[in-house]
Design a binder for this molecule. Structure first.
Ligand code: GLA
Length: 392
């Protein structure tokens, strides 16, 4: 693969070996290491992470790789195949909130967050490739931040616990990319395990792997990319966060995690009450989902997913028409449950489908989209997979 070019005939993500060749053609030297970080699917627990709540995501078998080596001049040079392969060179000392734009804010932000925390990383050349669709709600940007964090700490030989790396990657995304996201996506990418979901308590940071054996149960988790694109930085996500903070403040509690009974909400005005109700009930649904998984009753997740969707649509008001239709069409054609996933206003729907109904469910969603004259949705089978790692 030529430096700066998209490599003829290479689609999807290149292999680690091809990416190393790409690095060599750019820098006339072999890379010092290759790291990968996956995207994530959130099974259940939406808009709970920044409310100190519970989430149950898993790492996806789609990922992003970073091939890199150190450089001594305090410059971070990054190239991404998804951004056409052109180099962006950033002086580490000049990286600060508001100073970097575009996709490079993510790797730059990570370098800034690590250094601001006193972690001694320096300049680097990084080439990046991914097979994660962007804006589909699969956390491609968190994968970029996590892979960069592993690459920089790996290149400079500093050991940082993964939960700390997750917190630093979130700081990077919040401060440098200006996205007020929670901790879930980074934890899923860094802590995921094959065939398991990750139960994460965002208040304490406690986490536990919960078995999610889909194949033996004859079930599939289907990600339906509705084709509608979202931007967490567009203000609506931040608005929901503020509403939750206002609700907690009005109730006199530190966060909405403290709300456990419906009667606790009585003192809130209409909209804030609906937002807080979603958060409290969603935490309960995560608990119920974990109990179902521990009991080996995976299909019991179905009604919980569909209830989560209704709550995100009606109480939290973050769904969008294509998501509502994808949920209705898939559950009408055999899915045992389905819901919108991620921040909302665009991205993907997750459907839990018996293997025998998968073809019918896909066809029903495609037909419903065609009826609305919407572009065809795309589908991806989500397999709970390993978290981020060093490949070479
Ligand atoms: C986005 C954010 C996450 C989380 C979800 C909603 O994906 O990045 O931190 O808040 O929205 O659950």
């Amino acid at each position: 693969m030529e430096c700066g070019a998209d490599g003829p005939g290479v689609s999807g993500r290149v292999t680690a070996g091809q990416a190393a060749d790409w690095f060599r053609s750019c820098y006339q030297a072999p890379p010092a290491g290759i790291w990968r970080a996956p995207g994530r699917v959130n099974l259940i627990g939406e808009h709970t992470d920044y409310n100190d709540g519970l989430v149950l995501p898993f790492a996806l078998d789609r990922d992003l790789i970073v091939v890199g080596s150190r450089r001594a001049d305090g410059v971070l040079e990054v190239r991404s195949r998804q951004a056409g392969g052109a180099a962006r060179a950033l002086k580490l000392a000049a990286i600060a909130p508001g100073r970097v734009s575009g996709w490079a804010t993510y790797p730059a932000g990570v370098a800034w967050a690590l250094r601001s925390a006193g972690i001694a990383v320096g300049g680097a050349n990084l080439v990046i490739d991914s097979d994660l669709p962007q804006g589909a709600g699969l956390s491609s940007s968190a994968a970029l931040a996590c892979a960069t964090a592993l690459a920089l700490t790996g290149l400079y030989g500093v050991a940082v616990p993964r939960t700390d790396l997750a917190a630093l990657a979130r700081t990077a995304e919040q401060e440098i990319a200006g996205v007020p996201c929670g901790i879930m996506d980074f934890c899923a990418s860094l802590l995921g395990q094959p065939d398991h979901a990750l139960l994460l308590d965002c208040a304490s940071g406690a986490h536990e792997a919960v078995r999610l054996p889909l194949d033996p149960a004859g079930l599939r988790l289907l990600v339906i990319d509705t084709g509608t694109r979202h931007a967490l930085a567009d203000g609506r996500y931040a608005q929901r966060r503020q509403e939750c903070e206002r609700a907690a403040h009005t109730l006199g509690v530190r966060s909405l995690r403290a709300v456990t009974r419906e009667s606790d909400l009585a003192g809130l005005p209409g909209t804030l009450r609906a937002r807080a109700r979603h958060v409290a009930r969603e935490n309960d649904r995560v608990r119920a989902a974990v109990l179902a998984l521990r009991a080996g009753a995976i299909s019991e997740l179905g009604p919980l997913l569909t209830a989560s969707h209704a709550s995100l649509r009606d109480d939290f008001a973050v769904s969008w028409p294509q998501a509502d239709i994808a949920v209705a069409a898939s559950t009408g054609a055999g899915a045992v449950g389905a819901r919108m996933m991620g921040g909302g206003f665009g991205g993907s729907v997750l459907a839990l489908v018996p293997l025998a109904d998968e073809t019918t469910a896909r066809a029903a969603v495609a037909a419903a989209f065609a009826d609305h004259a919407w572009a065809a949705p795309s589908f991806l089978v989500a397999r709970p997979s390993a978290g981020a790692s060093r490949l070479a």
